[in-house]
Design a binder for this molecule. Structure first.
Ligand SMILES: [Zn+2]
Length: 140
């Protein structure tokens, strides 16, 4: 009995040691989107800052957001602001940013955000620098 318990503990230890750490598994502390309504359009003032937090090019995040919102618009390199061609409130933007993080930033294997998007024409993958996992993702 005693021996068996020891074996069991030894096994448990081994199992735990094999689990990779989950760095920043809690989620990225994204800044709240600062919105300005201009007529029928919406400006996301701190768009560049949000892109940087997500570690993705503003151009990629722009295409994603505009596609999901089914809206026109453009990113302004100088001001770092995104102009969205419709009225939109903070909540849907926050939800889209969270979905983007889940699909295009966070490693589905280990939960790390230490990842890169690798683009080979229409084949995109999410490469994790923490655990080495590679996951095909939908091109944006
Ligand atoms: Zn990983």
């Amino acid at each position: 009995m005693e021996e068996r318990l020891k074996d069991y503990r030894w096994l448990l230890e081994r199992v735990y040691k094999k689990i990779p750490p989950r760095p920043e598994a809690e989620g990225i502390a994204l800044p709240e989107p600062e919105l300005i309504r201009v007529g029928d359009q919406t400006i996301i003032k701190n768009f560049r800052e949000i892109s940087m937090k997500l570690k993705r090019e503003p151009a990629v995040l722009t295409r994603y957001l505009l596609r999901e919102l089914n809206a026109g618009g453009s990113y302004d390199e100088n001001s770092g602001q995104l102009r969205v061609g419709i009225k939109v409130s903070k909540k849907p933007i926050e939800q889209l940013l969270q979905r983007f993080e889940k699909a295009y930033v966070r490693c589905p294997t280990c939960g790390s955000i230490d990842t890169k998007l690798l683009r080979r024409e229409r084949n995109w993958s999410l490469i994790c620098e923490a655990c080495g996992a590679e996951q095909a993702v939908k091109p944006i």
